[in-house]
Design a protein around this ligand. Structure first.
Ligand code: ADP
Length: 713
């Protein structure tokens, strides 16, 4: 937003060296002259110590403001006005000329100092008030010395009266600067048309002025005989404090001027606390009192204003931050959605590729020249699938759509399984894996698939980031309230400053180095999984080349620990849990046991359906395919499968609808398996509710199919 420039119109009109420019200059000189002259006249008319030493000298403030805004070219108006007014009050020409010069130098010096201090006339910073007070107190020394000395030289002032005259002169100038200066500076810097106040604020401003005037009259004008005995001049700090807190510097400058006017008028009418004999002391007291009021008000008001501004800008920043945060959250959400959809869409075409490759691998005999090619293709596609799975998991966790499938598992089984899964990558690089795991069962309440994912990732990383022929150790140790699993390698190690950062998503230290590949999400996913289990994971390394160690801590089942002996006996008696094998639902216990199964695959992706069917037929099962509800029911009219793999997103009736119908009409009941690209927890829940026994996420590996086929086989 473009800021409105004060007096912008006038400035544009008075272009340099134009007639308007000269006219404006002359006008400015005249205005400054008049303002200075008449205020000086009023000030000198109050003089009591010496005719030429005014107890309050508003011209100091007028001169400061005029030179500050109009420039040093207005100095002649000040010098001449001071000269003439002193002549009018009877000063000798030489003295009047000296006073004119002294007053001009005072204004020049004051403005020079203000500009050097970087003063801003808005008075919204404490430093401006402090700077202004310093200038208002220091510069009047010039005229308070030159003026009386010139009067002395001219013979109008006795040497003995010089100190008190100088003192009164100085304080008079200080008060003039402190009371009139801020008022003019503030109001000219931002003219009245720039003031923005609500109606409530205007009402409060009026109320403040009423209270101030009322208090001033009470204190300085003795409206009720004898009231002076009960009042004190310090009462005026009550409304002034209100003003400082609420009305802002602009109206406080008027407030202070009001106090000065009413205090001076009362005193010179012989009323109020500073009246009396109107001797030297009374005038000095009044001066000191007004200087104190002006200084405190200025400092207090600007402090409040500065804090208000700081709070406002803080609020603005908070709002901006909140907006930014909202935007970032939305972007993040959109990004997560995008990754989720992308991973899901990429998994669909992968499904038939994985199944077909698996089939080809099985069909091609060992030793065939294409066997290694198929193996490589299968491994690469399997790796792509894993990466997509990791990406999906990441987005699920970020979207808080992830829940663990907790069951009580023996950690040893998970570790053994992980080692078996990672065996290929360890062997490929000729590493030696040493395992040191306690033989006593260690029970944890955990999601076995996720735990395995963590340990496989750590073992694969150890294999990946260790030069061929390295040593990898998997050590498990029971601690008093948990278990610690360490995976140690003698590989390329990690810089110390990365030990925490590598758990952030997409953080990689060795990206692009030979033999390494990945997205940098494995460790961040592992950390989230472990934390979801209430555990911790940390990395240790003595630096590059010094090997690395990843330490996982997991809470163990405490009641088992407490009754360890019983636990051990129970563990020995129980067959070790099979974390990977899905437990068959109750209604399946009575199914006939067979090794060759009849299977119906319903999937509108014809390639995917055919690939799975071929794979299953190749393994000796009898598989048929259908591509929608109609053809599925047609198939079911002809044969009764033991197992039905049913895609969810089918044309016409969805897999859920078909499952419900099948549960209702078929007898005996087959095993119903949902086969879909949607792997969210709520998708699984919906599948179970629709009557499915299992839920498999595409692409399905042969191992997963085998687990289903093995039920009651
Ligand atoms: P990725 O291995 O896919 O890059 P990770 O999240 O599993 O992603 O690992 C993040 C980074 O941590 C890796 O890129 C690697 O620089 C470093 N790292 C992980 N494990 C080890 C290890 N055992 N030795 C040395 N560096 C490792």
């Amino acid at each position: 937003m473009k800021r409105r420039e004060p007096w912008g119109g006038l400035r544009r009109l008075a272009m340099k060296n134009s007639p308007v420019f000269y006219l404006t200059y002359a006008l400015q000189l005249a205005v400054v002259f008049c303002a200075y002259y008449f205020s000086a006249y009023w000030g000198l008319s109050l003089a009591s110590v010496n005719t030429f030493a005014a107890p309050i000298w508003p011209p100091t403030g007028i001169a400061l403001a005029a030179i500050y805004f109009g420039g040093f070219r207005l100095l002649p108006a000040i010098g001449v006005a001071a000269f003439i007014v002193n002549i009018v009050f009877g000063a000798p020409v030489i003295a009047a000329a000296g006073i004119g010069l002294g007053n001009s130098i005072e204004a020049l010096l004051g403005v020079y100092l203000l500009r050097s201090l970087g003063f801003r006339p808005i008075f919204d910073r404490l430093r401006d008030s402090i700077g202004f007070i310093a200038v208002a107190v220091a510069t009047p020394f010039v005229s308070a010395v030159i003026g009386p000395v010139m009067l002395g030289i001219a013979g109008t002032l006795r040497a003995a009266d010089l100190p008190i005259t100088s003192l009164t002169w100085w304080i008079g100038d200080v008060i003039g600067a402190l009371i009139i200066g801020p008022f003019l500076l503030k109001w000219f810097a931002r003219p009245i048309y720039m003031v923005r106040r609500s109606l409530a604020q205007w009402v409060e401003n009026v109320a403040f002025f009423c209270a101030l005037i009322f208090t001033c009259i009470l204190v300085f004008w003795d409206p009720i005989p004898g009231i002076q005995d009960f009042t004190s001049p310090y009462l005026i700090f009550i409304p002034l404090t209100w003003g400082a807190l609420r009305v802002g510097p602009r109206f406080m400058t008027i407030g202070v001027a009001t106090v000065a006017t009413l205090a001076i008028s009362g005193t010179f009418m012989g009323l109020g606390p500073f009246s009396g004999s109107t001797g030297i002391n009374e005038i000095l007291y009044l001066q000191i009192f007004l200087a104190t009021v002006a200084m405190i008000s200025l400092l207090f008001t600007t402090t409040v204003e500065e804090r208000k501004k700081a709070t406002d800008s803080l609020k603005e920043h908070v709002v901006e931050l909140e907006e930014d945060f909202e935007q970032i959250s939305e972007d993040d959400k959109a990004k997560n959605e995008f990754i989720a959809i992308l991973s899901h869409e990429l998994r669909n075409p992968l499904a038939p590729v994985v199944s077909s490759l698996e089939l080809l691998r099985l069909k091609v005999a060992d030793g065939h020249e294409f066997k290694p090619l198929f193996n490589t293709m299968y491994e690469q596609v399997a790796r792509m699938t894993r990466l997509l799975d990791d990406l999906l998991d990441m987005t699920r966790i970020s979207r808080k759509k992830f829940t663990l499938q907790i069951s009580r598992v023996r950690l040893q089984d998970v570790l053994m399984h992980s080692a078996t899964t990672a065996r290929d990558s360890i062997r490929k690089r000729n590493h030696t894996l040493t395992m040191n795991v306690p033989s006593d069962a260690i029970w944890v309440d955990a999601d076995p698939l996720r735990l395995e994912q963590v340990f496989v990732n750590l073992l694969n990383n150890a294999a990946k980031y260790t030069n061929p022929g390295g040593t990898i150790m998997l050590l498990a140790m029971r601690l008093h309230n948990g278990v610690q699993v360490a995976i140690r390698d003698n590989g390329i190690g990690l810089p110390k400053d990365m030990l925490i950062a590598i758990f952030e998503p997409f953080r990689q230290v060795h990206a692009g180095e030979s033999g390494t590949s990945g997205l940098g999400i494995g460790l961040s996913l592992s950390k989230r999984f472990i934390e979801l289990h209430g555990g911790t994971i940390e990395a240790k390394s003595d630096g590059e080349g010094a090997g690395s160690e990843f330490v996982v801590w997991l809470p163990t089942v405490t009641d088992m620990l407490l009754t360890e002996a019983r636990g051990r006996a129970a563990a020995a008696a129980r067959p070790p849990p099979q974390p990977q094998a899905p437990a068959p639902p109750q209604h399946m216990w009575n199914l006939p046991k067979k090794s060759k199964r009849s299977i119906l695959i319903v999937d509108d992706n014809e390639d995917a359906a055919r690939a799975i069917a071929q794979l299953l037929n190749h393994s000796g099962h009898h598989a048929r395919i259908a591509h929608d509800a109609l053809s599925a029911f047609k198939e079911l009219g002809e044969f009764r499968p033991d197992i039905i793999f049913l895609d969810i997103g089918l044309p016409g009736e969805s897999g859920y609808d078909i499952a419900r119908k099948l549960r209702h009409y078929l007898n005996p009941q087959p095993i119903l398996v949902a086969l879909t690209g949607y792997g969210q927890d709520d998708d699984k829940q919906r599948a179970i509710e629709a009557g499915f026994d299992f839920h498999l996420t595409k692409p399905v590996s042969i191992a997963e199919l085998e687990k289903i086929l093995a039920i009651n086989a």
